[in-house]
Write a protein that binds this ligand. Structure first.
Ligand code: GDP
Length: 523
């Protein structure tokens, strides 16, 4: 069993929208022989659409679920790629998915450099010091200077860069990459993006063949490399595994070039399923006994299956169809005969799965984000937090008599983890918080659909939320009386500070050094 688990490499892609995540995913599946020809995986955004168009949203989510978890064999390993919703469907789930992987691939649009969303996702990876592999994409376009790109990653993301491949030219002059560790040159040819290409490569930077093929660019490359190798970091596995250094690959996802080298490096270096901390002890992935935790709950994913699916990351042991597992929070044994996987565009029933794999459990409201399942042991995994919302709306009921139903709906939906509800102390208002804007539409629709509540959302001047922690009871009481105007309870009755502005938050933090303003909250 532990060998099965040792083969797993479970990761997700972090990137800013339009950097090329969908495109590179498609090439990875092509290389993993999951699809015959690239172009068959539908993109999640077939064009710009109004976020309030529910049908469109539903359709898109229907598509996106088939790619929620992708598994493919590669070089003797079994790769699990977890989708991180990125466009309109961006949400807290995107963040939490990163707590369920062992490594991440960072895709950067090389003409733009490090962008906002990447910075934020990288912060989330930092919570667990997740190892990061970097792919500098779109080399077939005019890009920023590669040395500057690496400097930017080092400075903005605070991680050392170790170039593994180095680009030869860019845009129309893009010729290929030099593989620093292999001392090989791989040549790029256009128009081959949809197939697995035959390798066109030569050995040795000093190979005269190189001068024949690319002329004066050959000497430029040698000169540049001397500079680069002198100034950059060498790849060190140890530092990579600690999340301190990232191996950097260059290429074009669209042209399916440079991706193979990246994937080879990735499966070679990325960690096998890691152990997990629980409240009792650290659980190793090679333990025989089954255990896992829930990191995402998705509802209405596919109009044909109107149920909710709870996504579980298996931490140890093996899932077998029909097995019994303990739902620790409820202290109840459940029998699971129909866990699902999402392969090949359809939900398929699953016979077995191992540590590192993701399985889907049918959920009729009893499973929550952060729940632990075991073979019987009473332990609870940690490290599956809520993240502070970044967008806020005031919820206004159309029918004031439905207030109770509204609150119940909002709290139940917040247990699924994509949105959060706050009840300010100083008013009867309800505030909805989310990380992605589409979630407001999802909530409005589901409140109507599942709770028969009609509501609208209004803008509200809240900049961010922070969960309040303080060991000193007296201090906390003082704080509560002073900060009353901006305090609220979240769906789980946790004390939360809703800061009207960033400046206000900073001031409060300065004024109350013994109060913790937490950006994440553990379940
Ligand atoms: P996502 O939003 O990160 O999933 O990005 P997509 O994969 O949808 O790519 C966004 C756009 O960039 C699409 O029009 C892609 O065709 C294009 N794109 C992706 N990779 C490349 C590349 O290597 N070169 C060029 N020129 N365009 C690319």
């Amino acid at each position: 069993m532990s060998t099965e688990s040792n083969l797993r490499r479970t990761f997700a892609i972090i990137s800013h929208p339009d950097a090329g995540k969908t495109t590179i995913t498609e090439k990875l599946l092509l290389l993993g022989q999951k699809i015959q020809e690239a172009g068959t995986v539908k993109g999640k955004k077939s064009g710009k659409h109004a976020t309030s168009d529910w049908m469109e949203m539903e359709k898109q989510r229907g598509i996106s679920v088939t790619t929620s978890v992708m598994q493919f064999p590669y070089n003797g390993r079994i790769v699990n790629l977890l989708d991180t919703p990125g466009h309109e469907d961006f949400s807290e789930d995107t963040y939490r998915t990163l707590t369920a992987v062992d490594s991440a691939l960072m895709v950067i649009d090389s003409s733009k450099g490090v962008e906002d969303r990447t910075i934020k996702l990288m912060e989330v990876c930092r919570l667990r010091d997740t190892p990061i592999v970097t792919f500098m994409n779109k080399l077939d376009r005019d890009i920023k200077d590669p040395i500057e790109l690496m400097d930017e990653v080092e400075e903005v993301l605070n991680i050392q860069c170790a170039p593994i491949t180095w680009p030869i030219g860019m845009g129309k002059q893009f010729k290929g990459v030099y593989h620093i560790l292999e001392d090989k040159i791989y040549f790029y040819s256009t128009g081959q993006g949809h197939i697995i290409q035959k390798e066109d490569c030569i050995e040795g930077l000093d190979n005269p063949e190189l001068d024949k093929r690319i002329g004066a660019m050959a000497q430029d490359l040698r000169d540049e490399l001397e500079l680069v190798l002198g100034a950059s970091h060498e790849f060190e596995l140890e530092a990579f595994l600690k999340g301190q250094l990232t191996p950097v690959f260059f290429g074009t996802a669209l042209g399916n070039f440079g991706v193979t080298q990246m994937l080879n490096g990735f499966v070679n270096w990325a960690p096998a399923p890691l152990s997990r901390q629980s409240n009792e002890r650290e659980v190793e992935s090679n333990e025989d006994q089954f255990s896992g935790f829930i990191f995402k709950i998705q509802a209405n994913m596919d109009p044909a299956h109107r149920d909710r699916i709870a996504f579980m990351r298996i931490v140890s042991g093996k899932y077998e169809k029909g097995m019994k597992m303990k739902h620790v929070r409820l202290n109840r044994d459940i029998q699971v005969s129909n866990a699902v996987t999402f392969l090949a565009g359809d939900r398929a029933n699953l016979e077995t799965a191992y540590a590192g794999d993701i399985i889907g459990l049918h959920n009729h409201g009893t499973i929550q984000i952060g729940d632990t399942f075991t073979a019987g042991e009473m332990l609870k995994f940690s490290g599956i937090p809520n993240f502070a919302p970044e967008l806020f709306r005031r919820v206004r009921l159309k029918d004031p008599l439905k207030n109770k139903a509204l609150l119940k709906g909002l709290i139940q939906l917040s247990e699924e983890g994509a949105t959060q509800v706050f009840r300010p102390f100083h008013s009867n208002e309800l505030i909805l918080g989310a990380v992605g804007v589409l979630q407001f539409d999802v909530v409005a629709h589901r409140l109507q659909d599942e709770y028969k509540v009609n509501c609208i959302f209004e803008p509200v001047s809240i900049h961010t939320a922070r969960w309040i922690m303080c060991d000193d009871e007296k201090m906390l009481e003082q704080f509560k009386s002073k900060a009353d105007d901006n305090l609220s309870l979240d769906g789980g009755d946790n004390l939360t500070y809703l800061a009207p502005t960033r400046v206000n938050l900073n001031l409060m933090q300065e004024r109350w050094p013994d109060i913790q303003f937490c950006e994440t909250r553990e379940h």
